[in-house]
Design a protein around this ligand. Structure first.
Ligand SMILES: NC(=O)c1ccc[n+]([C@@H]2O[C@H](COP(=O)([O-])OP(=O)(O)OC[C@H]3O[C@@H](n4cnc5c(N)ncnc54)[C@H](OP(=O)(O)O)[C@@H]3O)[C@@H](O)[C@H]2O)c1
Length: 213
């Protein structure tokens, strides 16, 4: 598959590239900063662009099978995530390329809570993280409202950290996955497996899904 990745130098983006290359996909990484190109595997085509620029989304999605976006705005500019999502949805409505969005846990429902969202649970989302959590919630709502793009939204569990590539994890839909020890966690490497599985199989077209141990 021909896959374009925004956020390619990030924690998630780098692992997604590794997983995609492992499976023989043709990857294009969109970087804002050319100076970070040496962080990217030499098998990847590198282009310079910004996800908040609709023209860049159009240009770098044309002829591709999938666009994956795993960008994170700087602290204090959390609303950029909403602008980025709008840009992706506008651009991909034009090129008709599938979108796989790395989202947040914010919009998941806390189990056994009568419907409380993760964003509103102060234990899961302390005040310092509320800005990015609200931006992730708005990001998901934009997808839900969108009827022009074939999107899929992967919500991480509460924690996503460097670890092993095990290939063993659970998948859910709208509820935060928590294990028997009370942990909601997955490694970045297994999260990348879930991303590339979705890229290949498109099992969650116009749906949100989540993965965790
Ligand atoms: N539990 C959770 O809900 C949870 C946990 C972890 C991550 N996440 C989500 O997962 C996503 C990725 O996280 P991460 O940890 O991989 O982030 P990260 O390591 O901070 O990487 C962010 C990436 O986004 C790129 N970027 C930022 N703004 C951009 C723009 N306007 N155009 C193009 N690229 C841009 C950065 O590139 P530059 O080099 O140009 O800055 C960088 O490659 C985020 O949306 C985050 O909210 C959610």
């Amino acid at each position: 598959m021909k896959i374009t990745i925004f956020g390619a130098t990030g924690n998630v983006g780098k692992r997604a590239i590794n997983e995609a290359l492992l499976r023989g996909h043709d990857v294009t990484a969109v970087l804002r900063n050319k100076a970070r190109a040496d962080e990217i595997n030499s098998a990847v085509k590198i282009v310079i662009g910004d996800v908040t620029n609709v023209d860049d989304v159009v240009k770098f999605s044309k002829g591709q099978d999938l666009v994956m976006s795993a960008t994170r705005p700087p602290i204090g500019l959390e609303n950029e995530l909403v602008v980025a999502t709008q840009s992706l949805l506008i651009g991909l409505a034009q090129t008709k390329v599938r979108l796989l969005l790395v989202g947040g846990a914010a919009s998941l429902i806390v189990p056994n809570s009568n419907g409380t969202l993760v964003v509103d649970d102060a234990e899961l989302v302390p005040l310092a993280w509320r800005g990015i959590a609200l931006a992730c919630l708005a990001q998901y709502q934009l997808c839900q409202e969108n009827e022009s793009v074939d999107w899929s939204y992967l919500s991480p569990p509460a924690m996503i950290i460097p670890g092993e590539r095990s290939g063993i994890f659970r998948q859910g839909n709208d509820e935060l996955l928590i294990d028997e020890q009370g942990n909601s966690i997955i490694s970045l490497e297994d999260f990348a497996i879930a991303l590339i599985d979705e890229a290949e199989l498109a099992k969650n077209s116009r749906k949100r899904f989540t993965v965790a141990y």
